[in-house]
Every structure is written in C-alpha cells, then in structure tokens.
Write a protein that binds this ligand. Structure first.
Ligand code: ATP
Length: 248
C-alpha cells in the first residue's frame, strides 16, 4: 500500500434514532492499495463504522453527529450510497444480501448498473469475476437463493467487483462459513487487492484470520478505537493474543 490516505475517518460520533450513541469518536485511515481490518466483538461498532462511510447509515436512522469522513480529500457528508458507488466506494453487507429470485449471473450484473461503459467491458468483467470465483461460474444459472452461504458470499463480493470499485468495504466476510471456506474467501480478497489494486476495509470478528491477511488493524470496543497498528505487530501484542486471538 502507498502512504496516500485514500479514506479518512475523523473522530466520528454516530447516533441512532437521535438517542443511541454508538460511535464515540472513531478515527481511522486507509491508504490506497491497503487492506485494513476493523476488529472487535459483537456490537463494538464495526458495521456502523462501515455504514457511516458508505452512506448506508441514513436508511437505518443513524446520523454522524460529529467528525467527518473524507475520500480523496473530499467530504462525504450527505452523500448517498449510489453516489459513493459512482466515486468508487462500495459496501458488501454482512449476511450477503443476494437477490434470491435472480440467478447468480443476474445478481452479478446488477452490480454494473452504475457503469456507463459498454457491454463489452461489462462482459469482460463478468469473466474476471468468474476467474476469481470459479465456483460461482458453475452455478451461474442457478437462483441465488438456492446456493450455499459460501457461494452467496462470493456472489455478493463478485457483484461489488462488477461496479469496478476502487475501495470495497467488506462486512464480516467470514460470518457463518466453515474455516476452510473462510481461508478461501480471504485468499481471494488478497488476490483482488494485489491484482486489481482494490483497496479494502473489512470488518471482522475473526481476528486471527483478519490479521493474517490485513496490513493494518484497528480494534474497536464500545464505539472507540482502543488499539491500532500494523497487523504483524497486533498479532504479537500480548493483549491482542489474550483477548482476541484466544491464547495467552
Ligand atoms: P456485529 O458484529 O454484531 O455487527 P458490530 O461491531 O458491527 O457488531 P454494530 O452493528 O455497528 O456493531 O452495532 C453497534 C451498536 O449499535 C450495537 O449496540 C447495536 O445494538 C447498535 N445498533 C446497530 N444498528 C442499530 C440501529 N439501526 N438502531 C439502533 N441501534 C443500532
């Protein structure tokens, strides 16, 4: 990753429904070409942080009441998710969110809806997605609702890639998947980062796997960043080992 700060979150406070204070001053930055992990337990505020960036917070009655989010130096306040996708930032939501009644391929093509380049470029990208995820190529004519959890995660990631993103916000890619599949998904994340130059900010409860693939990590507890550092350092930190890696 470069040293250029692509995405900057500056001391944000987020409140849901005007009363529930969830983020209490979160700051982080993501360099261009980096893989950054947001770590922490259930309810720490990882998903809320991603939604504050992608603009999805508004549809949940959440507001950024302090601080700012900027991308390439431009303030993102008030931008909606479709604007963000046009600027190259897309969120892959937790729980996959495929269109169950569309085929796998139709799901992937919905990801290209903001693009203005021709059909040829979109067809080429579909092939690129199938190269990363051969397993969903085999299932391209199946209804997404009939595919497995792992396949749906791949469809959700593939659909995001179809928008030609510069940055992907990936929420809990490991959720509900068997360990071997988790490893496969993270291998693909790494490949996409290295080969396509896609910048990645991911939220993960699985600290172990996330710190093996990310370059840098932030640990959130109750809406605050309690620790951050290069992934290799966090992996060796005694507190991280004790509280997050399940060993002392
Ligand atoms: P998880 O792994 O469970 O998604 P997380 O770290 O991503 O955890 P968030 O989903 O950001 O955490 O939730 C942080 C806190 O905000 C939790 O206490 C949660 O109950 C609360 N919260 C999340 N969404 C809403 C909402 N739409 N309205 C009110 N409170 C919410």
């Amino acid at each position: 990753p470069s040293t250029e700060k692509l995405l900057e979150v500056n001391n944000i406070e987020v409140i849901y429904n005007h009363v529930i204070l969830v983020l209490k001053g979160v700051s982080l930055h993501v360099p261009k070409g980096g893989i950054v992990a947001l770590l922490g337990g259930n309810g720490a505020g990882k998903t809320t942080t991603l939604k504050a960036i992608s603009g999805l917070l508004k549809s949940e009655r959440g507001d950024i009441t302090k601080g700012s989010v900027s991308y390439r130096g431009a303030d993102l306040a008030g931008r909606d998710p479709a604007d963000l996708v046009r600027s190259g930032v897309i969120q892959v939501m937790e729980g996959r969110h495929c269109f169950e009644h569309l085929t796998v391929e139709e799901n992937l093509l919905t990801g290209a809806y903001t693009r203005k380049d021709g059909k040829g470029a979109i067809a080429a990208d579909l092939e690129m997605v199938y190269d990363y995820f051969p397993r969903i190529k085999e299932r391209r004519k199946s209804l997404a609702g009939y595919t497995s959890g792992g396949e749906q995660q791949m469809v959700a990631m593939g659909r995001a890639l179809m928008s030609r993103p510069e940055t992907v916000l990936l929420d809990e890619p490991s959720m509900g998947l068997a360990p071997q599949l988790v490893e496969q998904i993270f291998e693909i994340v790494k490949k996409i980062n290295e080969e396509q130059g896609v910048t990645i900010l991911l939220a993960e409860q699985n600290t172990n796997v996330a710190l093996r693939y990310a370059h840098y990590g932030y640990i959130l507890e109750s809406g605050r960043v309690v620790m951050d550092g290069p992934a290799a350092e966090l992996r060796e930190n005694p507190d991280v080992k004790e509280f997050y890696l399940g060993m002392s």
